[in-house]
Design a protein around this ligand. Structure first.
Ligand code: PLP
Length: 377
């Protein structure tokens, strides 16, 4: 049985060209990039060429791009090191952020005594920007706003220009978790008021365990890990040269094919959405569906029945991989904290379908017919 993979918000398949490159590169992966000999210099030049690619794709300066082990490390570095190096006393964020942001902010609140304000969110998951404005107006402390670009559970997207301008007007720093959007959207960091940004290669068809950290040159911070002076002292530890080069390669490929892939994926999303509307008229779609949604994701609330409770394992038995809300690190299904924040006490069963350019129309039609059969409509 050919399985259908509709859990791309959790992780995307590595592009075939990137995979082949990685296998070849591992054969030549000799020498430490810090070595002052030919092998070391060859490794270093691969890292610097990857950095130049990422910087040019995100329209940032080369000195503002750093490589990490993923989105979690980038977000931890930004929040914890900015707090320490830039004396941030007040963070403003949203209860719908990824756990690596929420738990880091809770840690800073509990252990370092910083103030954290959680913004109100509406039923579509948008943080209330009037609330943000009021909080920034009233805050005399040095403040950082941390808001994700696209929500990983329901796909709602904020306007980075609007939030950046608001932060700029009140002198607050702005960090955004763009783990779900880098590689699927274009960025022009030179024209955006963003101080810090995080991305993760395995969300845009690159390898797992490879992340990007953008740190605006006005606000450079120190490494979270204490050790050597790698990444110009922003990230200690011997660099994973193969992963770094593969990350840049994947980003380049995704950007080069962005419009083509986006049109295909949007078509799949629309086909699944209209099919679900037709077969299950009482299903609800979570998050904005008009304009500010992540085109790679569709979050559906199915009306509660004994069968919808079993929907993820039932789809799994039929060879279809989806998730409940986000990929859960415990491996067990849990009630979504984010859906709970926007729809308190809802009994609906949330299924997150998330797509990539590898998915086909036939897979969507197959998914619809399985849904119809297993839910016995
Ligand atoms: N931020 C968001 C929005 C995510 O979706 C994820 C991964 O699910 C992360 C951060 C963590 O990224 P990583 O898996 O690279 O640590």
């Amino acid at each position: 049985m050919n399985r259908i993979y509709l859990d791309n918000a959790a992780s995307t398949p590595v592009l075939p060209g990137v995979r082949d490159f990685m296998i070849r590169a591992l054969h030549e992966d000799l020498g430490n990039p810090s070595g002052i000999h030919g092998h070391g210099r060859a490794q270093r030049s691969k890292i610097e060429s990857a950095r130049a690619t990422v910087a040019s794709r995100l329209k940032a300066s080369i000195g503002e791009i750093f490589f990490t082990s993923g989105g979690t490390e980038s977000n931890n570095t930004i929040l914890r090191c900015a707090q320490e190096c830039l004396d941030i006393e007040h963070f403003v964020s949203s209860p719908t952020e990824h756990p690596c942001v929420i738990n880091t902010l809770k840690y800073l609140q509990d252990k370092r005594g910083v103030k954290v304000t959680w913004l109100d969110v509406d039923r579509q998951g948008f943080p209330d920007l009037d609330h943000l404005k009021r909080v920034l107006q009233q805050s005399s402390a040095k403040t950082m706003v941390s808001l994700m670009h696209a929500n990983n559970e329901m796909g709602t997207m904020i306007d980075l220009y609007e939030v950046g301008a608001l932060c700029g007007a009140f002198g607050a720093l702005f960090h955004t978790d763009t783990v779900q959007t880098v590689g699927h959207d274009r960025f022009d960091l030179e024209s955006m008021n963003i101080s810090f940004l995080s991305a993760s290669a395995h969300k845009f068809h690159g390898p797992k365990g490879s992340g990007i950290l953008y740190c605006n040159s006005d606000n450079l911070v120190e490494s979270l890990l204490k050790g050597g002076a790698q990444e110009r002292s922003m990230r200690a530890g011997t660099e994973n040269v193969v992963n770094i080069a593969a990350t840049a390669m994947a980003l380049e490929h995704m950007e080069d094919h962005l419009e083509e892939y986006k049109a295909h994926v949007l078509g799949l999303r629309e086909r699944l959405k209209s099919g679900i509307e037709r077969i299950f008229p009482d299903a609800e779609f979570n998050g904005d569906q008009e304009s500010r949604f992540l085109y790679t994701l569709l979050s559906v609330g199915f009306a509660p029945t004994p069968m919808t409770d079993m929907l993820i394992p039932l789809l799994d038995i039929e060879g279809i991989s989806v998730s409940g809300s986000s990929a859960c690190s415990s491996g067990a299904e849990q009630k979504s904290r984010i859906i709970e924040a926007i729809k308190p006490n809802s009994l609906q069963k949330t299924i997150r379908f998330s797509f990539s350019h590898d998915n086909t129309v036939e897979e969507i039609d197959q998914t619809l017919s399985v849904l119809e059969r297993v839910l016995e409509k």
